[in-house]
Design a protein around this ligand. Structure first.
Ligand code: ADP
Length: 355
């Protein structure tokens, strides 16, 4: 089977909703297809329904409506232990009295694999997570990152069709977290297993995922590759959740947006436009040729290392905008300066257009 074939779905939710007994609706009418062999992330603010969605895939929550299929089979009524899925939490729950090798062998033993097979699986998994020299250690003799790798190896030893990961890196410090993101991505690619990963951290989701589902209040806002979500957000929520942006609301006529006395050229119809801070040029005097060009005044700036973030006020009571310049281009521009800012119409994304 071709792992890149988008028609092969390893996890599928059809019209799934979940209302908890006390009336809280965590997931509403969700339709989602996760492709075989992809690293897929559920991203969104706390409480938007990510964990509930993952737990529905695992079988730990029963959906109120809708169906769940894993590896092409309807598993809506199949209990968690009979599903071809494994779930990893932030809290690892490794067996402290067992060695690394014994922890990894646990699932295969329960499934009554032969000793030779178990030895082979344990050795493969240790290789996969790069812990070959650690087979005889106990979890307490490992670092946090190494314990994470053991937990992943232990889950993958069961050969799940889909590995479900609920904020597994949440408890790690930033440095280790970034290291583990790279390690996880490599393990996913080497194993070819479908991973579904829950995170509220946009940078983490961008670093690690082939595709992302951005959720908001129990609904899917947009599903796509990280660059698609960033460059072509479908909604204002997506545009603002993923990085900084400037939203300008107004009425658009003939590709011109008007908001009070302010107007600018747009790439199309809509009720608002989103223009990223890094898409806006700023100089004391800009060269001609930009579709949109305004006099403005710098009201504040923040040094960010490789770049500088400016707060600017467009002249004549125009909008307050954020502009981000590479540090080299920002040199010499100070708070209070009169400048020119501008952007090409096509650099903005229109939101709220009727389709
Ligand atoms: P996330 O993982 O995005 O933080 P959750 O799926 O954990 O979100 O929660 C979604 C919503 O469902 C939240 O409002 C939460 O309070 C509610 N919720 C989660 N679990 C339960 C439960 N067992 N009983 C009642 N409400 C719950």
């Amino acid at each position: 089977m071709n792992p890149d074939d988008p028609s092969v779905l390893d996890a599928q939710l059809t019209d799934v909703s979940k209302t908890y007994p006390h009336g809280e609706t965590a997931v509403t009418s969700m339709n989602l297809g996760i492709r075989r062999g992809e690293f897929f992330s559920l991203l969104g603010p706390s409480g938007c329904g990510k964990s509930t969605t993952l737990r529905i895939l695992a079988g730990l929550e029963q959906p109120t409506t809708g169906t769940v299929a894993i590896a092409g089979k309807d598993v809506t009524d199949v209990p968690p232990n009979r599903r071809p899925t494994n779930l990893i939490f932030q809290k690892l729950a490794l067996f402290p009295h067992l060695t690394v090798a014994e922890n990894i062998a646990f699932g295969p033993k329960i499934r009554r694999m032969s000793r030779t097979e178990i030895r082979a699986v344990v050795s493969d998994m240790l290789d996969l997570v790069e812990l070959s020299g650690y087979a005889d250690r106990k979890p307490a003799q490992l670092s946090g990152g190494q314990q994470q790798r053991v937990a992943i190896a232990r889950a993958l030893a069961n050969k799940p069709a889909v590995l479900l990961l609920d904020e597994p890196l949440g408890a790690l410090d930033l440095r280790l977290r970034v290291q583990m993101q790279r390690a996880l991505k490599k393990i996913q690619q080497d194993s070819g297993t479908t991973f579904v990963f829950v995170t509220h951290d946009q940078t983490e989701a961008f670093t690690i995922s082939d595709r992302i589902a951005l959720m908001n209040q129990g609904r899917l806002e947009q599903v796509g590759r990280p660059d698609e979500l960033y460059n072509r957000p479908a909604t204002e929520f997506v545009a603002t959740f993923l990085g900084d942006t400037n939203i300008i609301r107004g009425s658009v006529d003939e590709r011109v947006l008007r908001s009070g006395a302010f107007s600018c050229r747009t790439p199309g119809p809509g009720t608002a436009l989103s223009v990223r801070p890094e898409a806006i040029a700023m100089r004391p005097k800009l060269a001609a040729g930009l579709d949109n060009r305004f006099a403005a005044r710098v009201t504040d700036l923040t040094f960010q290392g490789p770049s500088v973030r400016f707060q600017v006020a467009v002249a004549d009571a125009g909008p307050e905008l954020v502009v981000q310049l590479p540090a080299a281009e920002a040199a010499g521009i100070a708070a209070g300066d009169e400048v020119e800012i501008g952007w090409q119409a096509e650099a903005a994304v229109m939101l709220g257009a009727k389709s």
